[in-house]
Design a protein around this ligand. Sequence first.
Ligand SMILES: [Cu+2]
Length: 281
Amino acid sequence: MGRVLAVVIWMLTLGSVSLFFVKKWWFPTAISSHAAALDRQFVITIIVVGLAFTAAQVGLGYMVWKYRETSSAGRAVYTHGSSRLEVLWTIITAIIFIGLAVMGQSVWASLHFNQAPPGSFQAEVVAQQFQWNFHYSGRDGVFGRTDPTLIDDSVLNFIGLDETDPSSRDDAVHSVLAVPAGRPVELSLRSKDVIHNFWVPQLRFKQDLVPGMVIRVHFTANTPGKYELACAELCGQLHFKMKSYMLVLPEQEHRDLMTLPQEQFQTRMTELLAKYQLPSY
Ligand SMILES: [Cu+2]
């Protein structure tokens, strides 16, 4: 029985590790400037963790094989093990994992701690159960005033836009995010109710939207196209419906869209959504 168990352990190990070599299930192609660095960090981590996992499982199988029950085996004896070895491998593990964290944090910090480059395209994001609202500043580049007391979903004023403010006249609000290709984008993320999470897999980051906070993130998307945008935080019963799209548009097409008045903006957005296809996985 011991031998069978050892072989099962080895087979499971081989099976699960081989999934990473098949490369059938992997990330969708990345489209953002920082994605290569994040992917590199991920691959390094998975190799290190994969080696440790394989070594531990092979060792486990070996022990199960070697110390299996046999007719000649005597009674089991208790052993405390080796404190020196325990200290040693704890230190090695700590060095490896802290090392990985330090290596990864520079990529992470460049996204989350640094200011967005000047001239970034700005969009305000207001998440709610269960939809995304993207607020665009329109032709004047100035966001109209918003006020939580003006929020009224029944008249489709999801973000509380103050219609009496002159800068809000050319603003547009849509459930789809449209960003320019090759230009830095800064999003200001807010939530009206519970914690949501902004996630476009091709951008390689997720960011929570927390009620009462404005969280800024920036990225540069380089490949024009249509991408799925999901809420990645279980935010209620209809969480699964909280999905939308991110359109990455060539700069001119994006500029044209942003200068359209509200009604034409909606129509153009529908056309663009039909024009671009989702990437195949
Ligand atoms: Cu959500």
